[in-house]
Design a protein around this ligand. Structure first.
Ligand code: EPU
Length: 316
């Protein structure tokens, strides 16, 4: 096992990761770290860069499949309070629907998205209620511009502060972030903090919208099971879930994993499932959809392999 000089103080060796992911699958991290300050994170990033060690960001493991063999290098989670704090704007005395007032929220990259959505709705701040039911950390969600049929996070991000691979800190404007469908140009940069531009609105209206989205999701998605949300991105003008469904794959099982009977873009892992089972199902879905419809499905979930090219990757 490689052991760059300062790793002993910065990270813990051989930490199992399965319980940190929504699939509850996968092996251990060669090294695992939860830095307690920006300086420690910067030091760790710099150290990895210097020694050519891969560094991966783990959010809440909501959108992630980790190989059964585990992963080499360092896995980092921003769980300590400096990365989770949220600065809310001062409460307003009222709101004007004809001229919505902008309200800026500054939140850490490790902040819990579901909590953020609920707190914003409660305070009458509009713009992220469309993210209801999308789990993950704010940083992970921004990095992949997560969203759904009701909107995407990129619509409200004003800027992000990141730590680059060499350990340097930088603030990027929304144009520099390059938001696209489930994609940004952020690459390996670690999102430490983001400014969201929300609008004052009627809390009651927002609560209703939030409830409506949650009811839609509960009715159409297997939310109570171990899964990583939608496995594939939607191809242009099409729904990946519908294509897999029309290919007759709902309920298809490999080992302990199966394609959800409720929403075909979800793979559910049951007791005894392995990451390999999920990988096999992903392959089957891709092959069948390509054969039937001539469409190449692209995965939306992040997949961590044991020995990738040495780089920085992140997941929500
Ligand atoms: N459909 C089927 N069969 C299925 C699944 C869906 O016929 O098995 C049909 C639905 O009836 C609907 C259409 O396909 O007419 C689209 O389905 P849905 O409304 O569920 O939306 P989606 O495009 O499959 C997107 C996001 C979800 C997000 C929902 C709701 C992507 C890849 N998926 O799903 O995001 O929750 O909208 O906002 O963009 C995720 O990212 O993990 C995720 C689940």
């Amino acid at each position: 096992m490689r052991q760059p000089p300062k790793f002993d103080q910065l990270a813990t060796p051989s930490v199992p990761l399965a319980e940190m992911t929504w699939f509850r699958l996968g092996g251990a991290a060669e090294w695992f770290a939860e830095p307690d300050s920006l300086d420690r994170l910067s030091e760790l990033t710099h150290e990895c860069g210097e020694h050519g060690v891969s560094l991966r960001m783990l959010g809440q493991g909501a959108n992630l499949l980790i190989a059964d063999e585990g992963v080499d290098g360092v896995v980092v989670r921003l769980k300590s309070s400096p990365f989770r704090t949220v600065q809310w704007p001062k409460p307003a005395t009222g709101f004007a629907t004809d001229q919505p007032e902008e309200a800026l929220v500054i939140a850490g990259g490790g902040a819990d998205m579901s909590r953020l959505v609920i707190d914003a709705v409660r305070q009458g701040l509009a713009g992220i209620e469309c993210m209801a039911g999308i789990p993950g950390t704010l940083g992970g969600i921004i990095r992949m511009n997560a969203g759904g049929r009701f909107g995407q996070i990129g619509d409200v991000v004003r800027d992000v502060t990141v730590i680059e691979r060499d350990g340097r800190q930088r603030t990027l404007t929304r144009d520099e972030i390059g938001f696209n469908y489930r994609h940004t140009d952020l690459g390996g940069a670690i999102i430490c903090r983001a400014t969201l531009a929300l609008r004052r609105d009627d809390p009651k209206r927002l609560r209703e919208k939030h409830l409506e989205i949650m009811s839609y999701k509960k009715a159409t998605q297997p939310l109570g099971e171990y899964s990583a949300g939608c496995v594939f991105k939607n191809p242009p003008e099409r729904s990946a879930g519908r294509l897999i469904d029309e290919a007759g794959l709902k309920g298809r099982r490999v080992g302990g994993a199966f394609i959800s009977t409720q929403h075909a873009n979800f793979i559910v892992a049951q007791d005894g499932a392995t990451a390999r089972d999920v990988r096999t199902l992903i392959g089957i879905a891709r092959r069948e959809v390509a054969d039937r419809f001539g469409i190449e499905l692209e995965t939306e979930i992040e997949i961590w392999e044991p020995s990738p090219a040495r780089s920085t990757t992140s997941a929500a």
